[in-house]
Write a protein that binds this ligand. Structure first.
Ligand SMILES: [Zn+2]
Ligand SMILES: [Zn+2]
Ligand SMILES: [Zn+2]
Length: 119
């Protein structure tokens, strides 16, 4: 099961939600899928993306390790096909926070039309 999910995610061009995976693997149940995704996330294989709709998952960048994610790239949400894409070549900017604000994560979501939809 885990290998099937990982294999499927490797082939994805865009991020996938748990519902998307459920539709793909008809004989799976949501709880197993959820656990599988959480395990992968913890191991630094996939990262979760919140694009304002549902949580989606995508493969990590190479330098992600167990318990440490380094997916500091832009995510792009297509308002037409509703797909979310990782844009690993566009890094999120460093942001200086005032005083003792401590950032735990920064997510940057761009919205618009993807390559396919804008063509
Ligand atoms: Zn990661
Ligand atoms: Zn699109
Ligand atoms: Zn990403």
């Amino acid at each position: 099961m885990r290998l099937m999910v990982l294999d499927h995610m490797l082939k994805q061009q865009s991020a996938i939600s748990i519902t998307g995976l459920e539709n793909e693997f008809e004989r799976s149940d949501r709880i197993t899928l959820y656990r599988t995704l959480k395990t992968f996330e913890k191991k630094g294989l996939i990262h979760s993306i919140n694009d304002g709709t549902v949580t989606k998952y995508a493969m990590c960048e190479d330098h992600c390790t167990e318990n440490h994610h380094a997916d500091s790239h832009l995510h792009f949400y297509c308002t037409s096909c509703k797909e979310t894409f990782c844009l690993p070549r566009i890094k999120t900017p460093e942001i200086k926070l005032p005083g003792s604000f401590k950032m735990q994560e920064l997510s940057l979501i761009a919205r618009g039309l993807c390559e396919k939809c804008s063509a």
